[in-house]
Design a protein around this ligand. Structure first.
Ligand SMILES: C[S@@+](CC[C@H](N)C(=O)[O-])C[C@H]1O[C@@H](n2cnc3c(N)ncnc32)[C@H](O)[C@@H]1O
Length: 270
């Protein structure tokens, strides 16, 4: 493309390339929302349960989509395939002469199949929940605020922990999401268990509902595991011989143990 100068000394090719980049990021929210759509529709499980590549026709009939929306599903699935969530293969169905497109899971969408020990769909449920995601609309207001409130706190006029404790549905989203993330960590711990050998006790500070501690207590029956979190998070959770829950505020004090485990994610701190 010609790169002659135009107004203000900006080259035409820079304008076009800039526009492409700008639009890519401007529409990036659609990537997240298409992901949310496919998780909300349970498509990873539907394809997984189908046991073989699934055609559009099979998918829309399982989803019970009205005829008018079949092409919409087709477009969404092609876009999700472009993003790497599905592969598109061509298969021949019985009684047909022409090959047909069919969807299969990729290593990414396999992480969205609910009911496995490495499912991250609860994380998608939480992060793309409108209450959480729209709080980032507050960034402009937040940057001018002299206090230390997060955008989430500004949007809802309450601290995230108070919000969760007053909203059981979101509390469940949050706990399920952090537990799903911890399942993945457990896969890493499984291969590096040597780190915990020789310890008699460990406290998982801000350990949520105890997914990591549960794994440790089962893998190392002689290790005393304590999960420490806010009282409303750990109340009524099932303890075992070497697994206990303690409620409190980590900024005041934490239970004594040979080692401290601290694993938090920071999305709600920004
Ligand atoms: C992102 S979650 C991490 C949970 C778990 N460690 C994990 O990685 O799955 C942060 C945790 O910190 C807890 N938390 C927040 N403020 C706390 C405080 N002041 N004292 C103890 N726990 C707190 C929350 O209840 C929540 O379970």
């Amino acid at each position: 493309m010609a790169s002659h100068k135009i107004n203000n000394g900006v080259k035409a090719n820079e304008i076009f390339e800039g526009q492409v980049k700008l639009y890519k990021h401007m529409f990036a929210f659609l990537d997240s929302l298409c992901l949310k759509w496919c998780v909300d529709m349970n498509i990873p499980n539907i394809i997984h349960n189908h046991g073989q590549p699934m055609t559009l026709h099979e998918l829309v009939s399982t989803l019970k989509v009205p005829l008018a929306k079949v092409s919409g599903v087709h477009r969404l699935m092609r876009y999700l395939a472009h993003l790497g969530f599905f592969d598109i293969v061509r298969i021949i169905q019985e009684d047909q002469e022409e090959k047909e497109e069919a969807y299969v899971l990729t290593y990414v969408s396999k992480l969205l199949v609910r009911g496995t020990d490495h499912c991250l769909s609860p994380m998608v449920d939480l992060i793309l929940d409108p209450t959480v995601s729209t709080s980032y609309q507050q960034l402009g207001k937040w940057i001018h605020d002299e206090g230390n409130q997060t955008p989430f706190a500004m949007a809802l006029d309450t601290d995230i922990w108070d919000f969760l404790s007053n909203n059981p549905t979101h509390m469940k989203y949050f706990n399920d999401a952090t537990a799903s993330d911890s399942q993945i960590i457990n896969l890493a711990l499984r291969d590096h268990g040597v780190v915990f050998e020789g310890l008699e006790s460990i406290v998982d500070v801000a350990g949520g509902t105890g997914m990591v501690a549960k794994y440790l207590s089962e893998t190392f029956p002689h290790l005393k595991c304590i999960v420490f979190d806010l009282p409303q998070v750990v109340k009524n959770l099932k303890e075992s011989n070497n697994l206990s829950y303690v409620g409190g505020n980590m900024f005041h004090s934490i239970p004594k143990a040979d080692a401290v485990l601290l694993k938090v994610c920071v999305f709600h701190q920004i």
